[in-house]
Write a protein that binds this ligand. Structure first.
Ligand code: ADP
Ligand code: MG
Length: 266
């Protein structure tokens, strides 16, 4: 029998566990140590921003956390699964099941409607067409885009495109949302909208890891990590993992709000 102390039972689960992570590009004199030994544990429900100047290793770390690349050495467990133990196919499955991505350039299919873009990650989930559509519609509604389902990206503003991308990131109900400079191409109003959306997603229980060089974004996170030359130099806890983000305010009824998506998959 396994017995746990009350504190162990209340401790949130670990989503990301990175130990002595090293990524080296090239060999010998030409070697670049993009990550020089990263240790990072992220619990379910946290909202972490990772900052650092250009070349500090942010994208390299993002690619490894997102199971898009593998480290030179060190370990990475995602939701308890050792990424190194998996084949490329199994890694892709893990990525699909556990991570929602939001990129700077939105990465939407250009000739494809909003709702079909949101359905893309569900292609592997073994759902019927009808259930995929239902979930995608609910995800779009939850980011304030009800009524725009049939619009193509070129019929949407940058802020709306990024909201489609947010819907696509959350439609699979992932363990973690991984954002890379998600507001890098947005005006300040749309930036504010996307920050609010991710704050609301976090309040609804989703873990957020957001790579950014914008202090405005970092101000909203619960924990701020800074990378310098492939090493973590600052890891600052602002509010507790289970508290709301520091600048979050409950929305009035007319404002954009994200409800946890509850769609039965029958
Ligand atoms: P950031 O996203 O913070 O700007 P990166 O992770 O892209 O930083 O890069 C970290 C370091 O690794 C930089 O010195 C960069 O030039 C180097 N680097 C990144 N990708 C590669 C690659 N594919 N081949 C060689 N060097 C790379
Ligand atoms: Mg980068």
């Amino acid at each position: 029998m396994i017995t746990m102390s009350p504190t162990e039972m209340l401790e949130p689960e670990t989503v990301i566990d990175v130990r002595d992570l090293v990524k080296t590009y090239g060999e010998g004199d030409a070697a670049v140590h993009a990550l020089a030994g990263i240790n990072l544990t992220i619990k379910r429900g946290d909202f972490v921003t990772i900052m650092g100047s250009s070349g500090s290793g942010k994208s390299t770390l993002m690619n490894i956390l997102g199971c898009l690349d593998v480290p030179t050495s060190g370990t990475y467990h995602l939701d308890g699964v050792d990424a190194a133990s998996l084949s490329e196919g199994a890694l892709a499955d893990l990525r699909n099941a556990k991570i929602g991505f939001i990129f700077q350039s939105f990465n939407l299919l250009r000739r494809t409607s909003a709702v079909r873009n949101v359905e893309v990650p569900l292609a592997y989930a073994g759902l019927s067409r009808r259930d995929r559509r239902k979930r995608a519609m609910a995800a779009l509604a939850s980011v304030g885009l009800a009524g725009r389902e049939d619009h193509r990206p070129n019929e949407l503003s940058g802020g709306q495109m990024q909201r489609v991308a947010v819907a696509r990131a959350l439609v699979t109900d992932p363990a973690m949302v991984l954002a890379d400079e998600a507001t890098g191409n947005l005006d300040s109003k749309s930036t504010e909208d996307v920050i609010r959306l991710l704050e609301d997603l976090n309040v609804a229980g989703r873990t957020i890891v957001w790579i950014t060089h914008e202090h405005e974004v970092a101000r909203h996170s619960k924990r701020r990590v800074v990378l310098v030359d492939g090493l973590i130099t600052v890891d600052e806890r602002i509010v507790a993992v289970d508290a709301p983000p520091p600048l979050w305010k409950p929305r009035s009824a007319t404002e954009l709000a994200v409800e946890p998506i509850a769609v039965e998959v029958a």
